[in-house]
Design a protein around this ligand. Structure first.
Ligand SMILES: NC(=O)c1ccc[n+]([C@@H]2O[C@H](COP(=O)([O-])OP(=O)(O)OC[C@H]3O[C@@H](n4cnc5c(N)ncnc54)[C@H](O)[C@@H]3O)[C@@H](O)[C@H]2O)c1
Length: 364
């Protein structure tokens, strides 16, 4: 599949390495960025023939799919243009900032008969696919509940440009939530209803990273989000996403079943460790990974999409999943404001598990 990339910032390197140099059957043929020099620098580094203005890249007859690596505020616009041009669209997370935009993208893609895919694709990594296999093979029985915790003190101490993390479309929920919620949804299925309590703890932050030292950052979005997710399956999810916490002893994700527990890896990675506890054992046992793609494989969702186009099967990092995740995040914020339960209006299928023993470079 011939790919055009829009957005040549920080995350583009790993996508260029994987989608241009590592994965078989894929090639990046053109780059675009609002900052032309950014695209030119990457074109030189990765030996990519063409740098084009954004609209020309999307319209280029050689480009079959557009990989959207722009900032969240530009995701919907670039995806919409791509779909309207009749090309497949794959975007970094979140699918869009507004739920209505995400829904429109999905409808448009269906209408135009093109694929819409979205990150995160870490659920296709060796770590989380091993968890999926343990769950599907019944090692912990029926899922009862899962906890998902992402707690820290925020990025203003290290990030060169931290202000956007505290604006609409970001915060701990929209920035990190997609990894945690996508993991829960791809393992446990869709959410039926949810509730949350939220707060903005500090109305202003002070950057201490060297690039922005002393700059004041206004905080627009909740920085402590505590949610309860009720899945259609009956499982219950507990979610805490926060930039207010100096230190905690919380695990990232634990999954509790009727016959045992699984300790999940960091969902922002492709690797392990995966831990299993079954009654009778003294402690957790580490489970060897049953699948490949256990190094940084960002873009594997697009590799899967390209194979899905060839064979006509559904792709796994699907627009339906990312729209459902986007609605969960909006629902949590809304419930935090209203104090009422939020009933989900979207659903999604659990993406098919990857074949057991799949190695790097292979895709079904
Ligand atoms: N940086 C990370 O570690 C990381 C990790 C995972 C996911 N992401 C996601 O990847 C995306 C990009 O993040 P990043 O860290 O690379 O950001 P970045 O700011 O480093 O890069 C974004 C690039 O997009 C360009 N851009 C913005 N709007 C554009 C538009 N309308 N048209 C063309 N180009 C445009 C910018 O000029 C910039 O070069 C975000 O959605 C982010 O959530 C980032």
């Amino acid at each position: 599949m011939k790919i055009g990339i829009v957005g040549c910032g920080k995350i583009s390197d790993i996508y260029l390495k994987n989608c241009h140099e590592r994965f078989p059957g894929m090639e990046v043929v053109a780059l675009a960025d609002l900052v032309v020099e950014a695209a030119e620098a990457k074109a030189k580094e990765y030996r990519i023939g063409r740098v084009l203005p954004v609209d020309e890249l999307i319209a280029d007859p050689d480009v079959e799919a557009v990989l959207n690596l722009t900032i969240p505020a530009a995701h919907a616009e670039i995806c919409e243009k791509t779909i309207l041009a009749g090309k497949h669209s794959y975007t970094e997370k979140p699918l869009a900032i507004d739920f209505a935009d995400g829904r429109r993208l999905l409808d448009l893609a269906k209408e135009k008969g093109v694929r819409l895919g979205a990150a995160p694709d870490t659920f296709l990594g060796g770590g989380l696919q091993t968890v999926r296999k343990l769950l599907d093979d019944g090692w912990v029985g029926e899922p009862v509940a899962a906890t998902a915790f992402m707690t820290g003190r925020g990025p203003e101490g290290w990030h060169p440009n931290p202000a956007f993390f505290y604006q609409r479309g970001a915060g701990p929920l929209f920035d990190m939530g997609p990894y945690y919620i996508t993991t829960l949804v791809t393992l446990l299925g869709p959410v039926k209803r949810l509730s949350a309590a939220t707060r903005i703890t500090f109305s202003e932050r002070t950057a201490t990273s060297k690039e922005r030292y002393g700059e004041k950052i206004p905080v627009e979005v909740p920085t402590y989000v505590a949610g309860t997710l009720e899945f259609h399956s009956g499982a219950i999810g507990t979610l805490v996403m926060s930039f207010d916490v100096w230190k905690s002893r919380l695990p990232r994700i634990d999954l509790f079943g009727t016959l045992g527990s699984i300790g999940l890896p960091d969902p922002n990675t492709f690797w392990g460790p995966v831990q299993l506890f079954r009654p009778g054992a003294e402690d957790w046992a580490e489970v060897p990974l049953s699948h490949g793609y256990s190094e940084n494989s960002r873009g594997v969702g697009l590799l899967d999409l390209s194979r899905a186009v060839e064979t006509g099967r559904p792709h796994r990092a699907a627009g339906e999943v990312s729209l459902h995740v986007l609605e969960v995040m909006h629902g949590l914020l809304e419930s935090g404001e209203t104090g009422a339960f939020y009933e989900m209006t979207t659903g999604c299928e659990r993406p098919a598990a990857l074949p057991v023993g799949l190695n790097d470079g292979e895709m079904d």
